[in-house]
Design a protein around this ligand. Structure first.
Ligand SMILES: Nc1ncnc2c1ncn2[C@@H]1O[C@H](COP(=O)(O)OP(=O)(O)OP(=O)(O)O)[C@@H](O)[C@H]1O
Ligand SMILES: [Mg+2]
Length: 214
Protein backbone atom coordinates (compact mmCIF):
# COMPACT_ATOMS: atom_id res chain seq x y z
CA UNK A 1 0.00 0.00 0.00
CA UNK A 2 1.16 3.57 -0.60
CA UNK A 3 1.92 6.03 2.17
CA UNK A 4 -1.40 7.90 2.39
CA UNK A 5 -1.44 11.66 2.91
CA UNK A 6 -4.84 13.27 3.47
CA UNK A 7 -4.87 17.03 3.01
CA UNK A 8 -7.61 18.41 5.23
CA UNK A 9 -8.59 21.80 6.59
CA UNK A 10 -12.09 22.85 7.48
CA UNK A 11 -11.24 26.48 6.73
CA UNK A 12 -11.95 27.19 3.05
CA UNK A 13 -9.22 28.59 0.83
CA UNK A 14 -6.44 27.62 3.25
CA UNK A 15 -4.39 26.04 0.46
CA UNK A 16 -5.36 22.34 0.41
CA UNK A 17 -5.54 22.03 -3.37
CA UNK A 18 -2.48 24.24 -3.86
CA UNK A 19 -0.54 21.96 -1.49
CA UNK A 20 -1.78 18.83 -3.33
CA UNK A 21 -0.83 20.10 -6.81
CA UNK A 22 2.57 21.37 -5.69
CA UNK A 23 3.42 18.18 -3.79
CA UNK A 24 2.22 15.89 -6.59
CA UNK A 25 4.44 17.71 -9.12
CA UNK A 26 7.42 17.66 -6.73
CA UNK A 27 6.95 13.97 -5.82
CA UNK A 28 6.65 12.97 -9.49
CA UNK A 29 9.87 14.96 -10.01
CA UNK A 30 11.50 12.79 -7.32
CA UNK A 31 10.80 9.74 -9.50
CA UNK A 32 8.07 8.39 -7.21
CA UNK A 33 4.95 6.59 -8.31
CA UNK A 34 2.25 9.04 -7.21
CA UNK A 35 -1.53 8.69 -6.95
CA UNK A 36 -4.15 11.30 -6.07
CA UNK A 37 -7.82 11.32 -5.16
CA UNK A 38 -10.03 14.41 -5.44
CA UNK A 39 -12.87 14.29 -2.90
CA UNK A 40 -13.96 17.91 -3.31
CA UNK A 41 -16.85 18.40 -5.71
CA UNK A 42 -15.36 21.77 -6.68
CA UNK A 43 -12.97 19.43 -8.60
CA UNK A 44 -10.09 21.93 -8.58
CA UNK A 45 -7.45 19.20 -8.34
CA UNK A 46 -9.14 17.35 -11.20
CA UNK A 47 -9.03 20.47 -13.39
CA UNK A 48 -5.31 20.82 -12.67
CA UNK A 49 -4.83 17.16 -13.61
CA UNK A 50 -6.74 17.71 -16.87
CA UNK A 51 -4.62 20.75 -17.76
CA UNK A 52 -1.50 18.75 -16.94
CA UNK A 53 -2.63 15.79 -19.07
CA UNK A 54 -3.35 18.09 -22.03
CA UNK A 55 0.08 19.67 -21.62
CA UNK A 56 2.00 16.38 -21.31
CA UNK A 57 -0.16 14.31 -23.67
CA UNK A 58 -1.02 12.02 -20.74
CA UNK A 59 -0.88 12.05 -16.98
CA UNK A 60 2.26 11.18 -15.03
CA UNK A 61 0.40 10.20 -11.87
CA UNK A 62 -2.74 8.15 -11.17
CA UNK A 63 -5.73 10.45 -10.70
CA UNK A 64 -9.11 9.47 -9.32
CA UNK A 65 -12.16 11.10 -7.75
CA UNK A 66 -14.15 9.76 -4.82
CA UNK A 67 -16.83 10.49 -2.25
CA UNK A 68 -16.79 9.46 1.39
CA UNK A 69 -18.44 6.20 0.41
CA UNK A 70 -15.93 5.32 -2.32
CA UNK A 71 -12.65 6.72 -0.97
CA UNK A 72 -11.50 3.46 0.66
CA UNK A 73 -12.09 1.62 -2.61
CA UNK A 74 -10.28 4.34 -4.58
CA UNK A 75 -7.34 4.07 -2.17
CA UNK A 76 -7.21 0.31 -2.78
CA UNK A 77 -7.13 0.95 -6.53
CA UNK A 78 -4.02 3.10 -5.91
CA UNK A 79 -2.23 0.28 -4.06
CA UNK A 80 0.68 0.14 -6.53
CA UNK A 81 1.69 3.76 -5.85
CA UNK A 82 4.48 4.84 -3.48
CA UNK A 83 2.45 7.73 -2.14
CA UNK A 84 -1.22 8.73 -2.35
CA UNK A 85 -2.50 12.27 -1.77
CA UNK A 86 -6.17 12.84 -0.98
CA UNK A 87 -7.61 16.36 -1.42
CA UNK A 88 -10.73 16.99 0.66
CA UNK A 89 -13.47 19.63 0.82
CA UNK A 90 -13.35 22.42 3.45
CA UNK A 91 -15.47 20.78 6.13
CA UNK A 92 -15.52 18.27 8.98
CA UNK A 93 -18.23 16.19 7.30
CA UNK A 94 -18.09 12.36 7.59
CA UNK A 95 -16.48 12.08 4.14
CA UNK A 96 -13.45 13.97 5.44
CA UNK A 97 -13.39 11.78 8.56
CA UNK A 98 -13.22 8.72 6.30
CA UNK A 99 -10.28 10.17 4.38
CA UNK A 100 -8.53 11.04 7.65
CA UNK A 101 -9.10 7.50 8.95
CA UNK A 102 -7.21 6.15 5.89
CA UNK A 103 -4.26 8.51 6.32
CA UNK A 104 -0.76 7.72 7.51
CA UNK A 105 -0.31 11.48 7.78
CA UNK A 106 -2.74 14.39 7.64
CA UNK A 107 -1.40 17.65 6.19
CA UNK A 108 -3.40 20.71 7.20
CA UNK A 109 -2.50 24.02 5.56
CA UNK A 110 -2.98 26.95 7.90
CA UNK A 111 -2.77 30.68 7.35
CA UNK A 112 -1.40 32.84 10.13
CA UNK A 113 -4.49 34.72 11.22
CA UNK A 114 -6.57 34.34 14.38
CA UNK A 115 -9.67 33.65 12.27
CA UNK A 116 -7.92 30.85 10.39
CA UNK A 117 -6.56 29.29 13.57
CA UNK A 118 -10.01 29.27 15.22
CA UNK A 119 -11.61 27.81 12.11
CA UNK A 120 -8.93 25.07 12.07
CA UNK A 121 -9.53 23.76 15.57
CA UNK A 122 -12.39 21.40 14.54
CA UNK A 123 -10.00 19.86 11.98
CA UNK A 124 -7.37 19.47 14.71
CA UNK A 125 -9.95 17.78 16.95
CA UNK A 126 -11.00 15.45 14.15
CA UNK A 127 -7.38 14.42 13.56
CA UNK A 128 -6.93 13.87 17.31
CA UNK A 129 -10.07 11.75 17.60
CA UNK A 130 -8.88 9.60 14.68
CA UNK A 131 -5.43 9.31 16.35
CA UNK A 132 -3.66 10.15 13.11
CA UNK A 133 -0.27 11.78 12.74
CA UNK A 134 -0.53 15.28 11.40
CA UNK A 135 1.52 18.25 10.29
CA UNK A 136 0.06 21.72 10.04
CA UNK A 137 1.70 23.59 7.17
CA UNK A 138 1.93 27.35 7.46
CA UNK A 139 0.74 28.72 4.13
CA UNK A 140 0.83 32.26 2.70
CA UNK A 141 3.15 33.28 5.52
CA UNK A 142 3.76 37.04 5.45
CA UNK A 143 7.45 38.04 5.37
CA UNK A 144 7.30 39.99 8.64
CA UNK A 145 4.22 40.41 10.77
CA UNK A 146 3.85 40.59 14.50
CA UNK A 147 0.47 38.86 14.33
CA UNK A 148 2.15 35.93 12.57
CA UNK A 149 4.54 35.34 15.48
CA UNK A 150 1.66 35.56 17.93
CA UNK A 151 -0.27 32.95 15.96
CA UNK A 152 2.81 30.71 15.75
CA UNK A 153 3.03 30.67 19.55
CA UNK A 154 -0.72 30.11 19.85
CA UNK A 155 -0.42 27.14 17.50
CA UNK A 156 2.21 25.59 19.73
CA UNK A 157 0.06 26.32 22.81
CA UNK A 158 -2.64 24.21 21.17
CA UNK A 159 -0.03 21.45 20.81
CA UNK A 160 -0.42 21.30 17.04
CA UNK A 161 2.56 19.76 15.22
CA UNK A 162 3.83 22.21 12.61
CA UNK A 163 6.04 21.45 9.61
CA UNK A 164 9.39 23.23 9.60
CA UNK A 165 8.89 24.19 5.95
CA UNK A 166 6.53 27.12 5.34
CA UNK A 167 5.07 28.44 2.11
CA UNK A 168 5.03 32.21 1.63
CA UNK A 169 2.41 34.10 -0.32
CA UNK A 170 3.70 33.97 -3.90
CA UNK A 171 2.05 34.41 -7.29
CA UNK A 172 4.22 31.58 -8.65
CA UNK A 173 2.09 28.97 -6.86
CA UNK A 174 -1.13 29.93 -8.68
CA UNK A 175 0.68 30.63 -11.97
CA UNK A 176 2.20 27.17 -12.14
CA UNK A 177 -1.14 25.56 -11.24
CA UNK A 178 -2.85 27.46 -14.07
CA UNK A 179 -0.35 25.73 -16.41
CA UNK A 180 -0.96 22.24 -14.98
CA UNK A 181 2.44 22.33 -13.32
CA UNK A 182 4.09 22.85 -9.95
CA UNK A 183 6.68 25.51 -9.09
CA UNK A 184 9.41 22.86 -8.96
CA UNK A 185 8.77 22.47 -12.70
CA UNK A 186 7.90 26.03 -13.78
CA UNK A 187 10.56 27.88 -11.76
CA UNK A 188 12.84 25.16 -10.35
CA UNK A 189 15.41 27.70 -9.13
CA UNK A 190 12.88 30.08 -7.61
CA UNK A 191 12.08 30.68 -3.95
CA UNK A 192 8.65 29.07 -4.22
CA UNK A 193 10.28 25.88 -5.52
CA UNK A 194 12.77 25.89 -2.63
CA UNK A 195 9.86 26.05 -0.17
CA UNK A 196 8.02 23.17 -1.87
CA UNK A 197 11.24 21.13 -2.06
CA UNK A 198 11.81 21.61 1.68
CA UNK A 199 8.25 20.48 2.45
CA UNK A 200 8.64 17.53 0.09
CA UNK A 201 11.84 16.46 1.86
CA UNK A 202 10.08 16.70 5.21
CA UNK A 203 7.20 14.60 3.88
CA UNK A 204 9.52 11.98 2.36
CA UNK A 205 11.35 11.67 5.63
CA UNK A 206 8.11 11.16 7.61
CA UNK A 207 6.92 8.69 4.97
CA UNK A 208 10.22 6.79 4.99
CA UNK A 209 10.50 7.28 1.22
CA UNK A 210 13.50 8.29 -0.85
CA UNK A 211 13.92 10.18 -4.09
CA UNK A 212 14.52 7.68 -6.88
CA UNK A 213 18.11 7.91 -8.15
CA UNK A 214 18.32 10.27 -11.12
N1 LIG B 1 1.11 30.24 -0.81
C1 LIG B 1 0.24 30.87 -1.58
N2 LIG B 1 0.56 32.02 -2.20
C2 LIG B 1 -0.32 32.68 -2.98
N3 LIG B 1 -1.57 32.26 -3.21
C3 LIG B 1 -1.98 31.13 -2.62
C4 LIG B 1 -1.10 30.36 -1.79
N4 LIG B 1 -1.79 29.28 -1.34
C5 LIG B 1 -3.02 29.36 -1.88
N5 LIG B 1 -3.15 30.47 -2.64
C6 LIG B 1 -4.35 30.92 -3.35
O1 LIG B 1 -5.45 30.92 -2.44
C7 LIG B 1 -6.63 30.45 -3.05
C8 LIG B 1 -7.14 29.23 -2.29
O2 LIG B 1 -6.19 28.17 -2.40
P1 LIG B 1 -6.67 26.67 -2.57
O3 LIG B 1 -7.73 26.55 -3.60
O4 LIG B 1 -5.45 25.84 -2.71
O5 LIG B 1 -7.31 26.44 -1.12
P2 LIG B 1 -8.24 25.23 -0.67
O6 LIG B 1 -7.99 25.04 0.78
O7 LIG B 1 -8.07 24.07 -1.56
O8 LIG B 1 -9.69 25.87 -0.91
P3 LIG B 1 -11.10 25.08 -0.72
O9 LIG B 1 -11.32 25.05 0.76
O10 LIG B 1 -12.09 25.93 -1.46
O11 LIG B 1 -10.91 23.72 -1.32
C9 LIG B 1 -6.27 30.14 -4.49
O12 LIG B 1 -6.60 31.25 -5.28
C10 LIG B 1 -4.76 29.95 -4.45
O13 LIG B 1 -4.15 30.27 -5.68
MG1 LIG C 1 -9.50 22.90 -2.58
Amino acid sequence: MPFIVTVAQRKGGAGKTTLCCQLIAALVGCGLDVAAIDMDDQRSLTRWAETRAARLGGLDFAHDTASGFTVAMAARRARAADILLIDTPPSVEPAVARAIALADLVLAPLQLSPLDLDASLPTARMIGEARRDALFVINRAPPRARVADRIRSEISRHGLPVAAAELRSRAAFAESIADGRGVTESEPRGRAAAEVAALTDELLSVAGLRRAAA
